[in-house]
Design a protein around this ligand. Structure first.
Ligand code: KG4
Ligand code: ZN
Length: 377
């Protein structure tokens, strides 16, 4: 897309996300180049993060999450609609899989009720497809940047979905308008066989006494305390395996033992920066190492990182250093920080792509939509 080919405004969707601990609603507009989706403009986004409610427990408590979604969801929808100037909607998109089933049901019920009452098409969205769609989100602050518009130059795209719940590598060969049904199971080349990368950050951070979610703290302390990433020799699992799977569970035990030792020697405070940097390096080295190998093996032209861990400064730094060396044609792509963590704009975007393809529920079929705790894609 060039600057003088101005996209034309397409359908407007309300998106709803309540799969875990973020309660979010968003209004987006799909912008078209001819009849082909180019970008998704965010018109309104309201998110309530439940992090402080779950913090005392060191992780998300499902019952607390669903009850809070119930209290918050209407306010988020009203706020997103107000920000967008209450435009007429073309469809409603909602995360219906995978996630905490009680939490998902709150968003699904709200979306069903609104779709039925206003006689709008309803588009069920896979949460991870939402993360993938977050690459194409724009708002007025980024309106001049064209890199994340959809175009063939990025294909095949090495897509890493790296969050608190998932560590998946995908080779995506289609632009969103041609994404096949079951996109994620069709394109997946690797995944974590135990903990997700974000979970590895959170669990090791908890051992060190940082609040949830710990990834942010490990990242921050490594930088602020100028930690040495090679100070502690922490395990990297499966490096010799000729596949693109990950394993992070062994790291927890190693960090627990190291932390205990430093505590006994009264050295923990003094060595905290080194320990944080070494933990971060152990996680990112495994992650980036496999991403780089996958790019080479599949001839990918660009790397895209989505999900909460995409915010990690060491991961970004390493890929920034290496993308040319490993044969990418373009620099790595990340959604803006606010679209990396769970939000409804990405759900509305994925819904808009599916709606454009003609996939939406109408009539009584809308009332049969259910929430699924687990589904591949
Ligand atoms: O995508 P997300 O908001 O929620 C899930 O769907 O899981 O990701 C949250 C995860 C948490 O595990 C958090 O620790 C991690 O993203 N995270 C980070 C950073 N910021 C968030 N991990 C490492 N470095 C960061 N800067
Ligand atoms: Zn997520």
């Amino acid at each position: 897309m060039t600057a003088h080919e101005k996209p034309t405004p397409g359908p407007i969707l309300l998106g709803i996300e309540s799969s875990c601990d973020e309660c979010s609603a968003s209004v987006v507009r799909l912008d078209l180049q001819g009849d082909r989706p180019a970008t998704v403009q965010v018109l309104g986004l309201a998110t309530y993060s439940q992090i402080s409610l779950h913090q005392p427990y060191g992780g998300v408590v499902p019952e607390i999450a669903s009850r809070n979604h119930l209290e918050t969801i209407n306010a988020m929808i009203a706020e997103a609609m107000t920000q967008a100037g209450r435009p007429p909607l073309d469809a409603i998109a909602v995360t219906n899989r995978p996630g905490l089933v009680g939490a998902l049901l709150v968003g699904v019920s709200a979306a069903k009720a609104l779709a039925y009452a206003h006689d709008l098409p309803l588009v069920p969205v896979h949460h991870l497809e939402g993360h993938a769609a977050s690459l194409y989100l724009r708002d007025s602050a980024s309106a001049t940047k064209e890199e994340s518009a959809t175009d063939e130059g990025q294909l095949p795209l090495l897509l890493a979905i790296v969050s608190g719940g998932h560590t998946n590598l995908h080779v995506v060969r289609d632009l969103p308008q041609n994404w096949p049904q079951g996109l994620l199971s069709r394109t997946r080349i690797g995944r974590s066989i135990d903990d997700a990368a974000g979970e590895a950050f959170d669990k090791t951070a908890k051992i060190l006494g940082f609040p949830y979610p710990g990834g942010v703290w490990i990242d921050r302390k490594s930088r602020e305390l100028h930690g040495n990433p090679e100070a502690f020799d922490l395990p990297r699992a499966l490096p010799q395996k000729d596949n693109f799977d990950f394993s992070f569970s062994g790291l927890k035990t190693a960090v627990a033992l190291q932390t205990e030792k430093l505590r006994k020697e009264n050295q923990l405070e003094e060595r905290l920066g080194d320990l944080c940097a070494s933990i971060q390096e152990a996680i990112i080295d495994q992650l980036a190492g496999k991403i780089e190998r996958a790019v080479r093996a599949h001839g990918c032209r660009q790397i895209a990182i989505v999900g909460g861990v995409a915010a990690n400064s060491r991961l970004r730094g390493r890929l920034e250093e290496n993308w040319k060396k490993i044969g990418c044609a373009r620099p790595p792509l990340y959604p803006q920080l606010k679209y990396c963590t769970d939000n409804a704009a990405m759900i509305a975007a994925a819904g808009a792509f599916r709606y454009h393809q003609g996939h939406a529920l109408m009539g009584d079929a809308r009332l049969t939509l259910n929430a699924l705790a687990y589904q591949e894609s």
